[in-house]
Structure formats: structure tokens, C-alpha cells
Design a protein around this ligand. Sequence first.
Ligand code: PLP
Length: 225
Amino acid sequence: MSIKNNIAKYQQNLPAGATLVAVSKTQPVERIREAYEAGQRVFGENKAQELQLKHEALPKDIQWHMIGHLQTNKVKYIAPFVHLIHSVDSLKLLQEINKQALKVSRIIPCLLQLHIAEEETKFGFSQEEVINLINSADFKQLKNIKISGLMGMATFTNNSDQVRKEFRSLKHFFDRLNGTPLPPTVEMNVLSMGMSGDFEIALQEGSTMIRVGTAIFGERQNKNA
Ligand SMILES: *Cc1c(COP(=O)(O)O)cnc(C)c1O
């Protein structure tokens, strides 16, 4: 299947209200352009400098999402244009995003990344940490960020029950937050969960945003990315 056909297939099958983020990390600009020409406007990358270069090279109506772990010293590269940062996993990072957003007079939408997988290696907050964070005095000072929702990555396993359980718990937490009074800079609209191998389960469990790379573009140019 061509990139164009894949984009059409996934766009057509997307439930109402859900967004497809085409994960283009490691893919060359020409392949991203092919997806763009098929109508795709939302792309996700996991490295700040690669994101910056691709933003410069490609049409300006693309919405660029940062989906990978973000180091504080890299925020400045993407602050002027990034549409949504999915991978906020510390107050320190949020403070830096706020600082860089202020410099370019923006309010940058962010998702808080929850650690939902069994694996030790994945980044993210616990539920308790999220509650403490959004109710903290430090958080209330951040006027140039906006929390739009949550993101999570399930365990990398063939066990679909396990994956479903993890997505379900994230959705429960999302709903629970929605049912409580939230600070003015927090809204629970976006639930980013699901990748090539598990987006169908994620959508069944209430995902509003799936991040699909290899199922659209094929194998990555660098498998370690
Ligand atoms: C690479 C990546 C994806 C896409 O992975 P695929 O399995 O290629 O669909 C989604 N989310 C994050 C955070 C990623 O780093």
C-alpha cells in the first residue's frame, strides 16, 4: 500500500471526533509531502531538531506534534510553532515550555504523559503525581501553557487484554479528572493513546488521538528511533 492509500484508509475509518497523528519520525521530507498531498495535516515527531528542520522544509499549514521525550534544552527549537506537546513528564519541563512560550508570546497546548505500561523504561507521571502537579502553587504560575489532556503508551506486548486494561485505566483517570474542578489552565479534551500495533484497542477504549507511524509509512529509516 502507498502512503497515500494508507492515509485515506485510516482517515476514513477514524471515528468522529478522533484525530490521526501521522508519526513521521526518521521519514524523509518527500515521504511526508506524499502524506500531505493525500490530505494529512497533523504530523508527529520525537526529536526537537528534526521537527524544526521539517517544519522549515514543509508547508506551513501542517500541525506539528511533539510526541517523544523532550529535553528541557530542546524546547526552544519548537516553541515558536509546535501545535501540541504530548510528552510532558515533569514540572521542570512544563516550566521550560512556559518560559519559551512566553518569549514567543504563545500559549502552548500540552498533554501530561501518564506511565501506564508495565515496563520500567517508559516516561510519565503517576495519577497521584498529576493531581499533585495541577493543584500545586508552581503550576498555577504557568500562564503560557495549557493542559489539553493526557497521553499514554501501553506495554509493548501481544497480550491485548493487558493493553486494553492499561488504556482503560487511563480513560478512567481522564474521566475522573473531567468530573472534578480543574484549574483554569487545564482541560481534559484530548486523550492520546494508540500506535500502529494497538490503536484499534485504544479507539475502543476511548482514545481521541492516535499516533500512527509504521502502519502508514512502513518501517522506519532508523529502527532505533
Ligand atoms: C514512534 C512513536 C509512535 C508511533 O509508533 P508506530 O508503532 O510506528 O505507530 C507513537 N507514539 C510515540 C510516542 C512514538 O514514539
